[in-house]
Design a protein around this ligand. Sequence first.
Ligand SMILES: [Zn+2]
Length: 54
Amino acid sequence: MGNKTLCEWRRHDIPEHLGVLRKIIRKPKFICGKCARSANDADYLCQPLKLKKE
Ligand SMILES: [Zn+2]
Protein backbone atom coordinates (compact mmCIF):
# COMPACT_ATOMS: atom_id res chain seq x y z
CA MET A 1 0.00 0.00 0.00
CA GLY A 2 3.04 2.27 -0.14
CA ASN A 3 2.79 5.39 1.95
CA LYS A 4 -0.98 5.55 2.01
CA THR A 5 -2.48 6.23 5.41
CA LEU A 6 -5.10 3.85 6.67
CA CYS A 7 -7.52 6.76 6.39
CA GLU A 8 -7.02 6.77 2.63
CA TRP A 9 -7.80 3.08 2.19
CA ARG A 10 -10.92 2.45 0.21
CA ARG A 11 -13.38 -0.29 0.96
CA HIS A 12 -11.96 -2.60 -1.72
CA ASP A 13 -8.42 -2.14 -0.36
CA ILE A 14 -9.34 -3.88 2.89
CA PRO A 15 -9.90 -7.48 1.64
CA GLU A 16 -7.00 -7.11 -0.81
CA HIS A 17 -4.53 -6.13 1.87
CA LEU A 18 -5.95 -7.87 4.89
CA GLY A 19 -2.55 -9.27 5.94
CA VAL A 20 -1.03 -5.80 6.07
CA LEU A 21 -4.06 -4.42 7.84
CA ARG A 22 -3.88 -7.12 10.52
CA LYS A 23 -0.31 -6.07 11.34
CA ILE A 24 -1.20 -2.38 11.45
CA ILE A 25 -4.13 -2.78 13.81
CA ARG A 26 -2.94 -5.68 15.95
CA LYS A 27 -1.56 -3.54 18.77
CA PRO A 28 -2.91 -0.06 18.15
CA LYS A 29 -1.08 2.80 19.84
CA PHE A 30 -2.69 5.61 17.90
CA ILE A 31 -6.17 6.55 16.84
CA CYS A 32 -7.17 8.96 14.10
CA GLY A 33 -8.89 12.02 15.51
CA LYS A 34 -10.76 12.53 12.27
CA CYS A 35 -11.62 9.04 10.99
CA ALA A 36 -11.57 6.97 14.24
CA ARG A 37 -9.23 4.41 12.68
CA SER A 38 -6.53 2.85 14.84
CA ALA A 39 -2.94 1.83 14.04
CA ASN A 40 0.34 0.87 15.67
CA ASP A 41 2.13 3.77 13.99
CA ALA A 42 1.15 7.42 13.68
CA ASP A 43 2.23 7.38 10.03
CA TYR A 44 -0.81 5.32 9.11
CA LEU A 45 -3.25 8.00 10.25
CA CYS A 46 -4.10 11.47 8.92
CA GLN A 47 -4.69 12.97 12.37
CA PRO A 48 -2.94 10.65 14.82
CA LEU A 49 -3.71 10.89 18.51
CA LYS A 50 -2.14 8.72 21.19
CA LEU A 51 -4.56 6.06 22.29
CA LYS A 52 -3.28 5.91 25.86
CA LYS A 53 -2.95 8.85 28.16
CA GLU A 54 0.48 9.28 29.64
ZN1 LIG B 1 -7.75 9.82 9.51
